[in-house]
Write a protein that binds this ligand. Structure first.
Ligand code: CUA
Length: 165
């Protein structure tokens, strides 16, 4: 008589199996929803574009003369310097249909930058350059605000992109 081998056997209740399956299906659905919507809405993840020295960034390099640079007709780079409690520049004017890539850094504390009507929303950290791009199809005023608390003047820290027809 051969010895009987008992393979390990896990008894799982049929309802438990169904709930486990449902959990896996939901995880797959949520992952797909995030993936697809990030393409559908053009979600941009701000990445640290470049490191700079916050002590000298206002004296040298492109942030010493913050503002717009035209790369081609309708295509711009905007170098924005955040400091307590203002953005330099705090008004940016472009024509409708323009694409603007923002390069933003701070020379002092942590700030934020959220641009109305677009999906530009980023943290502005001293020593780091944050970069995001927006295309302005409709003329109008698009306000931007600092949305990271940065001290007593935080609420005065705002500006606008003026899009001319
Ligand atoms: Cu800068 Cu709040």
């Amino acid at each position: 008589m051969s010895p009987q081998v008992n393979a390990p056997h896990l008894e799982v209740d049929v309802y438990e199996k169904r709930w486990l399956l449902l959990s896996v299906v939901l995880l797959v659905l949520f992952t797909l929803a995030i993936g697809l919507s990030s393409f559908a809405y053009g979600i941009q993840v701000p990445s640290p574009e470049q490191r700079v020295n916050p002590n000298t960034v206002a004296q040298e390099g492109p942030w010493a003369q913050p503002g717009l640079r035209e790369l081609a007709p309708g295509k711009y780079e905007a170098y924005v310097l955040a400091q307590i409690w203002t953005f330099l520049p705090n008004t940016i004017t472009v024509k409708a249909g323009s694409t603007v890539t923002f390069y933003i850094t701070s020379k002092d504390v942590q700030h934020g930058f959220q641009l109305e009507g677009t999906n530009v929303n980023l943290m502005v950290l001293p020593g780091q350059v944050s970069k995001l791009t927006a295309t302005f199809k409709q003329p109008g005023e698009y306000r931007f605000v600092c949305h990271e608390y940065c001290g007593v003047g935080h609420h005065t820290m705002f500006g606008k992109v003026v899009v001319e027809p």
